[in-house]
Write a protein that binds this ligand. Structure first.
Ligand SMILES: [Zn+2]
Length: 510
């Protein structure tokens, strides 16, 4: 029946990514709307989404060119969302929170001073870790438990790696296994004046990482090539480096906006989330006014659904400080008491829905790509709902592996099933993707990612339109029943101890 033999055969040939959901028979969910009654996908049109994009762009244009948390553009965006929700008859709540922020005040320096002088380029050869301390250190370099060529290793993960470490030296380590936070803290505890943690073999560019908590010493991340060369020189002896960083850190205030439907079970909540903030470099219309606008459009129409369609309460959330490391969503999940957390049936997340050269990426809930994190049970069912919907419309989808890089992270960490979509950021479109989705192979999905040009005209509106349809369709399905995801049960699984996030928003953790 299940094409077992064929599957095994095919399984070897095809990458796992496409297999499970694609080969399973399409299961049409029970009619999402009683005959003759509206469907959410039918009710929500591009006309309900586009005006919000324009509004967020105008807000950014008149508030310093961005909507980053901590700035006026974000605060006005919050007011805009609250105003729209009240107009739609919902009662939004503003949840305030404080979060740690970090900024570089001036450019960092990494240079070899012995045996000969050489300066390295920021962004190309190295980058500063978020929450690095400040300082200007010139000192001998000690390589710490550097793994054999090509291995990940556990450099700097263990206190014993620093046995005999000379205080005041610079600790040179390779990324791998434990978090950057652990490596930097161990180095400091051993008396290092600065820490240099270089990238893994096979990884491009410098490390774009975070040490999470403000460090007392400078911490920078070179490329693998540079780091490996420095390790070789350090082992030979006589290598000295200058590491200079200048950064500020502190606490900032921000807010999330949360709004529930009046109707539906309050102990089996379907939570849709999208971050509302942008980076400081641009207005953030694709990233992520598209997600914020999609939720506003759906929230504006969901009240039109019939009684039988809204059996589960639907909660809409606009998160703050995602670009600072998922701060708003993390605060929300961690400030819930056990009962309220148990009442959340699942989280759907939408981050970047209109990449100009994008793909329709459905979150890989069944982990068929074997990449990223393994999401809690039930996440695969959500993935299948999206894929079946688009299969029914003869529109392509692809897999978006869950790496913890957006606001579903804290939910997955607490064992709550997750799902969602994105259309691609700084990755490069493949030939196969260009064939399926159109656009240009070899070019990035969003040419204006985290840039000033991330404006309304950067958004692929027709693409956004079909993506919002899928979101509306799956939301209506889940508002009616979550049995496929959590058995409709009232009890949620506990925190997943094996969950090890890889990213905290835009920064890598390990
Ligand atoms: Zn984003």
């Amino acid at each position: 029946m299940r094409k077992k033999k064929l599957l095994t055969g095919v399984a070897v040939a095809l990458p796992a990514a496409f297999l499970p959901a694609a080969l399973l028979p399409t299961v049409l969910p029970p009619a999402d709307a009683a005959p003759g009654r509206p469907t959410l996908a039918g009710l929500v049109t591009l006309k309900d989404v586009e005006p919000h994009l324009k509004a967020f762009e105008e807000i950014a244009d008149y508030n310093g060119g961005h909507r980053a948390t901590g700035g006026a553009g974000y605060d006005v965006s919050v007011k805009y969302v609250v105003g729209r929700l009240r107009k739609a008859g919902l009662r939004p709540e503003i949840q305030k929170f404080r979060y740690p922020y970090w900024r570089e005040r001036s450019g960092p320096v990494l240079a070899r001073t012995k045996p000969s002088r050489k300066s390295y380029k920021r962004g190309e050869d190295f980058a500063t870790y978020a929450f690095s301390g400040s300082g200007d250190v010139t000192a001998p370099v000690i390589a710490v438990d550097i793994p054999a060529k090509g291995e990940d290793g556990t450099s700097g993960c263990d206190r014993r790696d620093f046995k005999g470490f000379k205080k005041g030296s610079i600790a040179l380590m390779q990324r791998g296994t434990c978090t950057f936070e652990t490596k930097a803290a161990r180095a400091r505890a051993a008396g290092a004046a600065a820490a240099v943690i270089y990238n893994l073999p096979g990884e491009d560019g410098p490390v774009n990482g975070t040490v999470v908590k403000p460090s007392r010493i400078p911490v920078v991340g070179p490329t693998h090539e540079l780091g490996a060369a420095l390790a070789k020189a350090a082992k030979k002896g006589g290598l000295a480096l200058r590491v200079k960083t200048d950064a500020v850190h502190g606490k900032r205030s921000a807010s999330n906006v949360i709004a529930d439907t009046e109707r539906g079970r309050g102990d089996n909540v379907v939570l849709l989330g999208a971050h509302l903030d942008s980076v400081e470099d641009g207005p953030g219309i694709n990233d992520n006014a598209t997600g914020a606008a999609a939720l506003l459009a759906i929230a504006g129409k969901i009240g039109k659904l019939g009684k039988g369609d809204l059996r589960n309460r639907v909660r809409f959330a606009w998160w703050g400080a995602e670009e600072e490391g998922l701060r708003g969503s993390t605060h929300y999940v961690e400030s819930l008491d056990r009962r309220d957390r148990d009442a959340i049936a699942l989280n759907l997340n939408f981050d970047m829905l209109g990449s100009r050269n994008g793909t329709r990426g459905v979150y890989d809930g069944d982990h068929s790509t074997r990449a990223g994190i393994r999401a809690p049970a039930g996440s695969g069912a959500i993935e299948k709902m999206f894929r079946d919907y688009y299969k029914g419309r003869k529109l392509p989808t692809t897999e978006s592996s869950l790496n913890g890089r957006s606001d579903y992270g804290p939910f997955a960490e607490h064992g709550i099933p997750v799902g969602g979509m994105d259309t691609g950021a700084d990755g490069v479109k493949t030939a196969a993707e260009a064939k399926a989705f159109g656009g240009r192979a070899g070019k990035v999905y969003d040419p204006c990612y985290h840039a000033r040009c991330d404006r309304v005209k950067n958004v692929h509106l027709r693409f956004l339109d079909t993506n919002v349809d899928g979101i509306a369709h799956v939301t209506q399905h889940l508002a009616r029943t979550t049995v496929a995801v959590n058995g409709g049960a009232r009890v949620q699984p506990l925190r997943d101890p094996s969950y090890r996030p890889l990213w905290q928003g835009p920064y890598r953790l390990r």
